[in-house]
Design a binder for this molecule. Sequence first.
Ligand SMILES: Cc1ncc(COP(=O)(O)O)c(C=O)c1O
Length: 453
Amino acid sequence: MSQNTAHGPITHKDIFQKCREFTDPDKVKALGVYPYFRPIEGTAGNQVIVGGRRKIMIGSNNYLGLANDERVIDAAQAALRKYGSGCTGSRFLNGTLDIHGQLEEALAQFLEREACLVFSTGFFANEGALVTLCEEGDFILCDRENHASIVDGCRASRAKTVPFAHNSAESLRRRLKRLPPEGGKLVVMDGVFSMSGDIIDLPAMKAVADEYGAKLYVDEAHSLGVVGPKGKGTVHQFGLNDSVDLVMGTFSKSLGSQGGFIAGPRPIIEYLKHKCRCFIFTASLAPAISGGVLKALELMQEETWRIDALWKNTHRMHEGFRSIGFNIGTTQTPIVPLLIGSEMKAFVFSQKLFDAGIFTTPAIFPAVRYGEAIVRTSYMATHTEDELSYVLETCERVGKELGIFEDAAYTGESKRRNSGYDLNLSDQEGPSDIREPAGTGSDESAVCAPVSG
Ligand SMILES: Cc1ncc(COP(=O)(O)O)c(C=O)c1O
């Protein structure tokens, strides 16, 4: 829109123009391979119903199969009946239920921590804790593959973000060495990384952090119920529970629900409880969720067969995919990314799996490096042998049909370029500009640069 003034015409920027110009999803929809926002009509354990047909779910984080457990559903229903459908207010004011306190105590006890604070989402737990605890003059040392909620917490905090190379204690050391001693330092990392599925090298990180007086914060979203004794997380796996200052976790994965928490020393938890805006200025965790999560936490500890079955399935899928020839990167966990390469191939691969009765989704730039699109698969304790065999057979067939093993991502001719979605099925080279993926730039140039998603 332009306006005439005494100094000539002024053109005002239309803040919404970018939305009208954003047509990438429409292009993929027109090709019939759009993989996102598929409406699920019902669930039956490991399978979901979409368009009236059953699909084996290999795209969820319901690692222990507890989201559909009848006892969890009963407990959620009982809480719903007792307290109503919502708390209609903040924990700070009218929204604290006795079961919130019970959940916090149960988590603190399970994780062998002094205290715990429950948030309405895991995202809020990370963002809220980082913004509240890290102040101007402080430094947040952030692994480059940390989850978006950590990245956003870093962005929103007044502290300076210092990204370090993924899972590299050496990179962390180089960063810490250059920082002034007077600034507080917090090293933040995922315990299990949500895209690559690898586990943080916590002993090495701790050794470096100790040299520079930095504190440690571990996001156990994908480790809770998966890694460590009884699923207590990576800090227990490495015997470092007493050395890591804060752990964060979510209810949206192994515990099959929604919400998150921070656990650690009581003074820090009390501080967050009274200062954290993501905790105070939002409605508290709904009663049904709180009741369901309490039950799921109990079952997770009692029914250790679930973790054993999860690992059995995990090892089977690692071996199965590797023997077919899929590159599954550095995963050590039930998160198994299948390297596909081009975005279009990832869309088509995912669509062909869907048509064959398997539900999963691709992850493309900027969630992963450009030209290295993946289909992220993840496994549950409750997947059957037959289901897993079918997944392996179908992935092999579709992978060969699409020539995935000949993609540039497999042959090493990496291609990074400026464009929207890459909708070519062929491997023809496009414009040569480098489109640098967020969070994967050169390690050395990155000191104090803002990290991004
Ligand atoms: C590593 C990690 N941290 C935090 C979160 C956010 O958790 P929630 O989904 O409970 O908000 C996620 C969710 O995907 C995650 O993968």
